[in-house]
Every structure is written in C-alpha cells, then in structure tokens.
Design a protein around this ligand. Structure first.
Ligand SMILES: Cc1cc2nc3c(=O)[nH]c(=O)nc-3n(C[C@H](O)[C@H](O)[C@H](O)COP(=O)(O)O)c2cc1C
Length: 561
C-alpha cells in the first residue's frame, strides 16, 4: 500500500499563508513525506480532492481579506466549497459528501481588529466538515493583532506528531468491507501486492439474514480449487468482485441515448461503464450543451441525467468518455479460509432512498451496483464469476499473539460484524486443534438497530460464544448489545454508551492483561465515538496510536456512510 500524499493548500492575500505553507511543505519533504502544495484555485486543474486516489491528508492554510472575504487566489475554490457543502447539508446523502475519504486540518490567519475575524477559515472548515472530511490536530486561529507567531508556532509544533499518526491511519483505512454505496467513489482497485490472481467462483448457498430494516445477504462461494495456508488468506481478508450492470438498466441507458441496441453494445455497457454513478456535469455539459438548470441540481446519475435532458436525437458516443469505468467492490470474509474451497461473505443489498431532483418532496430508490449484481447471481443457478482474493494484514489473529492468552475486545456495528465472524471461527478452530491452549475471555460490543428484527448473525454468534464458554469455563465471554432502535420503553443505546459503562473493566484488561482490541465500522460515526472513549481509557490518543502501531489495536474502518 503506498503512503498517502500530504497536500498543503493555501489562500493568501499578502503572502503570510503562502510562506508558512512553503515552510511546512519543505519540512514535510525533509521528513520523508510525499508532499505537494497548491493554491486553492489550482483545484481541479492541478489536483482533485474529490478523487480518492491518491489517498490524501490535506493541510489548509488560509486568511481573510476585505470584509471577511477569501484571498484572490482562493475565490473559485471557496465558492466551490460553499456550493457543495450547501448541497451536502441539504441532501444528506453519502454521495454528496465528496470529501469523505480525506483527513484534514486547518490553520487560519486573521486579525481581531476586523469584525469578520477568521470568517474565511471558519467557512472553509465547516465546508470540509459538511463534505465528510475527517478532522485531525486542531483548528489554529492566529491573530495578527496579538502576533501571529503566538498561535502559529504551537500549532506547528503539535502538527507533526498528529500528521504522523494521521498518515498511518489514512494508509490503513479500508473502504467499507461489507457494504457498498451507490455512487461510492471509493470503490477502486485493490493494491496489486495485496491480491492474488482472478479466481472462478460460484454461489453455492444463500441465506437472508435480515429484511426488516435492510436486506442482509450471506453467500457461500465455491472456488474451483482449494486454498492453501501459504496463500495467507485469513479471517478478515476480503474478496473483490467486478460487478455488471443489470440488462434492464443497460437497455434503459441505450434507449435514453437513442442508440441502436446491438449485442456488442449491450456487452460493453454491461461490463465496462458505471453509469449509475454521479454524472461528471462539466464534461457532459460540453458534449450535450450546457444546461443552467442542471448545473444547479445536486449530483445524480447518468440515467437521471438523460431522463432530464431527454435528447431529441441520438447522443454522441463521446458521452462514454465521461462515464466512470466500472470498478471492483470489496467484501470481508465471514469464514475461516483454511484448507477449503469455500468462502463466505455477508453484505447489505444496497437500496437508498434519495430526494427526487426533479420533483420536490418525491423520493426515489437507488440501488447499489455490486450488491444487487451479487443478489441477481444468487437467484441464478451456479453461474461462474470472477473474484480476486485480498490479504488483510490488519485483522488477522496469529497463534503467537494468542500465546499469552490476552483478553479480546471486539467493537463493531451492523454488517461490520462480518469479519468478526471469520475471526471467531478461526479462534474456535485453533481451540479445537489445540493450536492454542485457551482463551481469556471476549468482550464483544456490538451495535444493532433492534434485537428482534436486526440481530445479524445471532445464531452463529450465540453458538460460537457458547462454545468458548464451555471450553474455557474460567473465562467470561460477553456480548454487549447496543440497540439504537429498541422496543418501546427501552432506552436507545449506542456502542460507545456501553463501552462507557465498562471503562474500569476495559482499562484493567487493556493495561494490565494486555488485551487485543479489534474495531470495525464507520469511521465517521461509531469508530470516532468509540475511539474517543478508548483514548480516555488508554490515557491519550498517543497511547491508543501506540497500541495500533504495536498491533494490539486492530482497525478496519470505512467512511462511505
Ligand atoms: C485589507 C485587509 C483586510 C483584512 N480583513 C480581515 C478580515 O475581514 N478578517 C480577519 O480575520 N482578518 C482580516 N485581515 C487580516 C489578514 O487576514 C491577516 O493579516 C493575515 O495574516 C493575512 O494573511 P495572508 O498574507 O496569507 O493573506 C485583513 C487584512 C487586510 C490587509
């Protein structure tokens, strides 16, 4: 996995932010970071923050001028931020959070003699937040009236340590391992060094785990060969699947473009293009003619766009140059892949309700491309399709780590339970084969919506925990269930609430018994909240990061939702 790029961006009127950004950029390079530096307004010309590749940690330096206005070399990007953050606030859809893959921090320069003190940095900060970027370090607010250096120097001093841990976090941050999101810009190729070649797979069994709030599907896949231990495919590893569009959506696209339907065109559109992704409005505008109305609309997909434009004659094939290429999606294994030709995955069949951009108040349903592709395959008779196997260096559990019998602390929510099922099965096998002597207990903090309707993998978890209790009678194996939509008269609980209730027990387990901690889930919600408490338990964010570096705190995080 390559290191994230540190991107310094600045807007500066009289040169202060420009100079500080130059110093930081130079020092970053000396420290060995891959660093780049741009003016705000070079955005989309020389760099593109909406593109999740390369992974980026963004450092913003900006001032205010006039009456709280953005400096001249940042005006365009400033307007872009205002526009898109407004859309994100109104729409509240995952795809409108176009910076959700970014980490960022900000240092603002201003002067408290002006009534619009720090107006630009504050607006920029709240836009990055609304667009889903994750904040690190702190918002530096230097004041020229009392001396910029009073704030700038301490901010820079603390910045380098925070940057180091954030770069590690950004590097190891996975995309959602268990679900996919419509228009999810984060779906991308797995790093080559972490994958094996294509495998042929067939679906051999299907279980619907829950349908009450969302459809969660579990599939057993059969490979045409047996996996060997040397391939290092572990519980918590993942597979990638290259989806195909449904015939119905391909025909709708051809129809909307007023093209002639040929088998070759159908094949091409089925496999190569992801036209259910958000449109590239700018590129499309120049092909189909600018539509003012369209430019104001929120992001929506190619089928919606074509329905809106309703072209009177055949659309130029050039439109395909603007459509994103189909990319693979990733799914964590819920099985222990040893000496077997069978793999299991679990995922949500994605359907999102979205505001209808054409009819106010109307809702329309959008489907995830890959989860629905797998769902369609599961309805058919054992069709072969390609998958790739990916290693997970993050989430595996080795015999060596378990030799001293550390307590295990698992933290998860929703379908992010999937990799834990694989890890638990591996633990059971290690006990059965006497590879390990025993376990000193598991505390599993698990967030679901409702235990009657949405307790994913309930039977499997119960039987695994019963097995552990019966084989390790002196240890405790607890599932702490947090219900966010409990039955009437019960209080809503989130994972972090339950962790908070048990801080002294956890502290003892982590600090005295050297527990291993595993967390998997949404980096913007559960993981963020749980980490805050873990930082208190361990003493500080540095201590928690040290546990991460030592392999005692294992994370699998995604940010798409
Ligand atoms: C004409 C002018 C207008 C300014 N307006 C503001 C303002 O509205 N709010 C504020 O916080 N600072 C304001 N400042 C202070 C600047 O933001 C501050 O001097 C900063 O260090 C300039 O950084 P730069 O050289 O990177 O642009 C203003 C400064 C000037 C010269």
């Amino acid at each position: 996995m390559s290191d994230p790029v540190v991107t310094f961006i600045y807007a500066s009127q009289t040169g202060n932010c420009e100079e500080i950004s130059m110093d930081l950029h130079t020092t970053a390079k000396e420290k060995g970071y891959t660093s780049e530096r741009y003016e705000f307004d070079q955005h989309l010309k020389n760099f593109d923050l909406t593109n999740p590749k390369p992974k980026r940690v963004v450092v913003i330096l900006c001032s205010s001028t006039g009456d709280g206005e953005c400096p001249d070399n940042g005006n365009k990007f400033y307007r872009y931020l205002c526009k898109h953050s407004k859309i994100a606030k109104n729409e509240k859809t995952p795809e409108s959070r176009i910076f959700s893959h970014l980490h960022y921090t900000i240092l603002g320069l201003g002067d408290s003699d002006y009534s619009s003190f720090h107006k630009t940095p504050k607006t920029v900060n709240s836009a990055f937040e609304a667009l889903g970027a994750k904040f690190f370090h702190y918002f530096g607010k230097a004041d020229e009236a009392i001396g910029l250096e009073n704030e700038v120097e301490p901010w820079i001093k603390g910045f380098w340590d925070e940057l180091a841990t954030t770069v590690v976090e950004a590097k190891t941050q996975a995309i959602d391992p268990t679900t996919e999101v419509v228009h999810n810009e984060e779906s991308k190729e797995m790093p080559e060094e972490d994958t094996t070649k294509f495998e042929k797979a067939k679906i051999c069994s299907k279980v619907i785990e829950s349908e009450e709030y969302r459809k969660v599907l579990r599939l057993e896949l059969e490979l045409d060969r047996t996996l060997s231990a040397s391939e290092d495919i572990q519980p918590g590893s993942y597979i990638s699947v290259m989806p195909k569009n449904s015939l119905g959506s391909v025909k709708a696209f051809i129809n909307a473009c007023k093209w002639e339907e040929t088998p070759e065109l159908i094949e091409k559109l089925t496999t190569e293009f992801d036209f259910l992704k958000s449109v590239n409005k700018k590129a499309l505008g120049s092909i189909l003619g600018e539509s003012e109305h369209l430019q104001e609309k929120a992001v929506f997909n190619y089928l919606d766009y074509l329905a809106f434009v309703n072209p009177s004659s055949a659309v130029s094939m050039d439109i395909l140059e603007t459509v994103p290429k189909m990319k693979s999606r990733f799914y964590s294994l819920s099985s222990d892949p040893v000496d077997t030709n069978k793999l299991e995955i679990g995922f949500t069949v994605e359907e999102h309700e979205q505001n209808d951009v054409f009819q106010k108040g109307n809702k329309i349903v959008k489907q995830g491309v890959c989860s629905n592709y797998l769902y369609r395959l599961s309805e058919e008779e054992k069709v072969e399709f390609d998958i790739k196997l990916g290693k997970s260096s993050l989430f595996n559990t080795t015999k060596k780590e378990l030799d001293n019998q550390p307590p295990l602390i698992f933290i998860s929510h929703g379908t992010a339970v999937v990799p834990f099922i694989g890890v638990l099965k591996r633990l059971r096998r290690m006990l059965e084969t006497k590879e390990i002597k025993g376990l000193r207990g598991i505390e599993f903090y698990f967030g679901i919506r409702n235990k009657t309707h949405d307790y994913l993998f309930k039977d499997e978890l119960s039987s695994l925990f019963e097995y552990f209790s019966s084989t390790n009678p002196d240890s405790k194996f607890n599932i702490h269930l947090a219900e966010s939509r409990p039955n009437e008269f019960e209080e809503r609980k989130y994972v972090q609430d339950l962790i908070n209730l048990n801080t002294s027990d956890l502290q003892y387990k982590i600090q005295v018994n050297k527990a291993l901690i595993y967390i998997c889930g949404n980096g913007n919600t559960m993981v963020k909240a749980a980490e805050k408490i873990l930082e208190e338990i361990t003493g500080s964010s540095e201590q928690l990061q040290d546990l991460h570096k030592d392999g005692r705190y294992k994370k699998e995080i995604w940010t798409a939702n």
